[in-house]
Ligand binder design. Structure first.
Ligand code: NAD
Length: 475
């Protein structure tokens, strides 16, 4: 029996999808089909937007108390489904249940907490002289999300939309649909008013129809840079504002006094988690030239602590990559790095396949001898491949760190925190982690350059979905 994803959520009801397109859901650990997504018809997509427009008319008038109540109930319903979510993520996109329970599910719960907190932090009205400045909900938001942190990315868009007083039409990824269905079940159980949150199934065509729909006011997209560019061009026709959370090529920089005992395991964690399929993945490591050999040995030792295997096994740290297309792409990039002259360092980690000989498993690799122009130094791999670049001077380290078009995240390590902070301030990127600090989800999340623009998380995510209205002479 395969899982059937054939019901959209429109106007507060689950409705059978009537589109022609059917998309298989394949377990990356076994390569077996375990589910099928049926797309919505164009008529259903239109109906979802119409319901969202009607939902917005009411929800935009809701009080902050009502919004708080809805967000709290949604949090409760999601928390009740946490274990189910972790298993679905393991089966559908290969994320180890360990990581599912540690990050994939707690992050959206935290996201809801922060949206609730932010309701009380925002200045919804502000007086400036004779002017009253209001912050009003932007309208119907289309949320298009990817598969790599599927539940988190949905919540990172829907929670601020609910808090802002917007209505949503969600188009989740067709690759890992379980998280989205579970989310809609939670929305339904939470009693969110009909039409305020809607979800449709489909691939790129459904996404495009939503972006171009005249009743849609705002687009919030997380995904690849090429698709983000297409969405921005389509949205430009009707001058719809877009938030784009795109790819990354983030660098971890070790200054010459960095604590390698702490730094290397942290870089390995942030480059391997989710098999490197994280937009903030630290996929470049920039190290003093004289420390390169030592760093490579430490990398090997740290990677050995990451057993590869069946994502449903609690002891697995590294699962397969999510799809065959991902596997082919990652392998091609690894091969090309070698062809361009980078030197591959293999890890000792061997895959304990869920089914022998099957699965999209990629053993972690690092590259030395990487030059800044090489593909492995420039393009997002979205897999467990690390580019190590050596430097002689701190100025060179800074130039290397900034030598990509992306700017999503980064890290700097130094025994002297103020030196690390000075260095961090030179980086052209949306966030920098200093000496392995925890990522604070209340701060604005988003990119520079090819990593996109607009912000998510906490009050910044809500502000992103508000318009200003200035009332001159308001009493
Ligand atoms: P993708 O761009 O292929 O797809 C993302 C979503 O867009 C899917 O729902 C897809 O169906 C939809 N889509 C595809 N073509 C479309 C079109 N023409 N119009 C409208 N919608 C369309 O990305 P993916 O492979 O699902 O995810 C991986 C990418 O996402 C990586 O590049 C990663 O860096 C990026 N990502 C970014 C962030 C961030 O916050 N910056 C977070 C996670 C992932």
């Amino acid at each position: 029996m395969i899982l059937s994803y054939a019901e959209a959520y429109i106007g507060g009801e689950f409705r059978p999808c009537t589109g022609e397109l059917r998309m298989p859901v394949v377990c990356p650990a076994t390569e077996q089909q375990i589910g099928e997504v049926r797309a919505c018809s164009a008529q259903q997509v239109d109906s979802a937007v119409q319901h969202a427009a009607a939902g917005f008319a009411e929800w935009s008038k809701s009080s902050l108390e009502e919004r708080r109540g809805v967000l709290l109930r949604l949090r409760g319903e999601l928390a009740a489904r946490a274990d189910e979510a972790a298993v679905l993520l393991a089966e559908e996109m290969g994320c180890p249940v360990w990581l599912g329970k540690l990050m994939q599910v707690p992050m959206p719960l935290k996201g809801l907490d922060l949206a609730i907190e932010a309701l009380g932090q925002l200045e919804w009205e502000e007086r400036i002289g004779n002017g009253l400045v209001e912050r009003v909900p932007a309208g119907v938001v289309v949320a298009i999300t990817p598969w790599n942190f599927p539940l988190h990315q949905i919540v990172a868009k829907v929670a601020p939309a609910l808090a802002a007083g917007c209505a949503v039409v969600l188009k989740p990824s067709e690759v890992a649909p379980g998280a989205a269905r579970l989310f809609m079940q939670a929305v339904h159980a939470a009693g969110i008013p009909a039409g305020v949150v809607n979800a449709v199934w489909g691939g790129p065509e459904v996404g495009e129809q939503l972006v171009r729909h005249p009743l849609v006011n705002r687009i919030s997209f997380t995904g690849s840079t090429p698709v983000g560019r297409k969405i921005m061009m389509a949205a430009a026709e009707d001058l719809k504002p877009v938030t784009l959370e795109l790819g990354g090529k983030s660098a971890a920089v070790l200054l010459d006094d960095a604590d390698l005992d702490a730094a290397i395991p942290s870089v390995v964690r942030l480059s391997l988690a989710n098999s490197g399929q994280a937009c903030v993945s630290q996929s470049r490591l920039i190290v003093p030239q004289h420390l390169q050999a030592e760093v490579v040995e430490r990398w090997r030792a740290a990677v050995a602590q990451w057993p590869i295997g069946n994502p449903l096994d609690e002891s697995t740290r590294l699962g397969p990559v999510a799809t065959r297309a991902q596997y082919v792409r990652v392998q091609a990039m690894i091969e090309k790095a070698g062809q361009q002259g980078a030197v591959m360092v293999e890890s000792q980690a061997g895959a304990a396949h869920a089914v022998p000989g099957q699965g999209f498993y990629v053993a972690p690799v690092a590259f030395t001898g990487v030059q800044p122009h090489m593909e492995i130094a420039q393009e997002e791999v979205f897999g467990p491949a690390l580019a190590i670049l050596g430097y002689e001077t701190q100025e060179e380290a800074q130039q290397l760190a900034n030598a990509t078009k992306y700017g999503l995240s980064g890290a700097v390590w130094s025994a002297d925190t103020s030196r690390a902070l000075d260095f961090a301030r030179q980086l052209k990127t949306g966030q920098v982690v200093i000496n392995g600090a925890a990522q604070n989800l209340a701060t604005p999340f988003g990119g520079w350059g090819w990593s996109g623009f607009g912000r998510e998380n906490g009050r910044f995510g809500i502000e992103d979905l508000l318009n200003y209205r200035a009332l001159h002479g308001a009493p």
